[in-house]
Ligand binder design. Sequence first.
Ligand SMILES: Nc1nc2c(ncn2[C@@H]2O[C@H](COP(=O)(O)OP(=O)(O)OP(=O)(O)O)[C@@H](O)[C@H]2O)c(=O)[nH]1
Ligand SMILES: [Mg+2]
Ligand SMILES: [Zn+2]
Length: 359
Amino acid sequence: MVVPHCMTSEQLTSQQQYLAEGFSVARVIAEHKGRYSIMIDDTVLSAEITGKMMFAAETRKDYPAVGDWVAVQLYDDNSPAIVHHILPRRTVLSRKTSGREVEEQIIATNMDIVFIVQGLDKNFNVRRLERFLVVAMQSGAVPVILLSKSDLLSDDELQGMLKEVKAISLNAVTIAYSAKTMVHLEEIRKLITENSTICFIGSSGAGKSTLINRLVGNENIYTQEVREEDSKGMHTTTHRELIPLVGGGCVIDTPGLREIGLWDVGVRVDESFSDIAELALQCKFTDCSHAQEPGCAVQAAIDNGTLEQGRYESFLKLKREAEYIASKSDVTKQQERKAKEKKLGKVLKQFVKNNNKRR
Ligand SMILES: Nc1nc2c(ncn2[C@@H]2O[C@H](COP(=O)(O)OP(=O)(O)OP(=O)(O)O)[C@@H](O)[C@H]2O)c(=O)[nH]1
Ligand SMILES: [Mg+2]
Ligand SMILES: [Zn+2]
C-alpha cells in the first residue's frame, strides 16, 4: 500500500527542491520517543533526525510529527534514514500538553479531515464535543463528528442525542454509527477519498481503533472493552500511527485523550460559538457582559430556552482558556491577560450566581 500524495503546490515545490538536492521525500507514519517510522512508496523504514535539527529545534513544531512529509537521506546498509528537513505543513492538529507546562503537542499534520469520535454511551458529553470542535477547527482541516455505539440506543434516545449535538455542532457533518451492526459505516467510508488523510481523535474507549479496523477491513489494531460503570477506555492505543487504506486515503489513529487543552486557537472559540456571537450583536449595550445588563439578548435566549446555560458557561471557560494560552506564548500580553482573565472570571461567577438565584 502506498501513502497518498496529496500535496499543496507549496509542498510540491518544496519536494522538487529537496529531490533536486539528492534527498528522498517520505511520510512520517509513527513516532516512538525520538525515533520515527517513515514510509516511501510501500516501504516502511526507521528514521532519526540530524543532530543539527535537534540542536536548532526551539519548540515542538521543529520536530517531525505523524503526517509530516520529510526530506531524508537513505542508506544502503541497515542504518536508519536521516531526516534533514520537514516540508511545509498544510494543516496542524495541536493541543496543549497535559499537565502544568504550557507547551504545544502536535497530534498530527497534513490531514484533510478530523474525525471527532464520541461514544453514545456513558461517555457522551456535548461539552467535551464543543472543546474537540474548537481544536479540530483550528487545525485547518474539516471537523466531522462521529457518534459511535448507536446500537446501544433506542431510536428515540438516538434522536434526542442527535438533537443535542445539532445544537452545538454548527454545520459540522455528524454521523451516528455502529461498528457492531455496521450501520452508517458506508457513509463514513465515503468521506475518505482517495488522496485524503483523516485523523481520529476522542476519549479513550470512544471506538476510534474499532472503526479504523472496520475501515481497513481487518482486526490488526488492538482494541479493548471499556469499563462498564462509566464507559471509560483503558488507553489501549499507545502511540499515534498513520495507516494507509486499501482503497486509497489513510487514517491516523491516536491514543484517547483524557483532556484536550486548547493550544493557540485564535478566534476559533468565537467561530465555533457563532450562535452566541450573533446573539451578542442584539444586546442593548455594545459592551454587554451578558451577566445582568438590561436588554441582554444572551440572557434572554437562556431564559426562553433557545440557548442552553451549559453552552454559555462552556463558551466563557474556553474563551478564558484560549486567552490564557495566547498570553502565555507571548509574554508582552501578560498584563492584558490578567485584566481580561479577571473580568471573564467575574463574569462567569456573576453569571452562575444570577442564574442559580433565579431557579
Ligand atoms: N456496542 C458498540 N461497541 C463499540 C462500538 N465501537 C467500539 N466499541 C467498543 O468500545 C470499546 C473501545 O473501543 P476502542 O476502539 O478500543 O476505543 P479507542 O477509542 O480506540 O480507545 P483508546 O485506544 O484507548 O483511545 C471496545 O470494546 C469496542 O468493541 C460500537 O459501535 N458499538
Ligand atoms: Mg485505540
Ligand atoms: Zn448581553
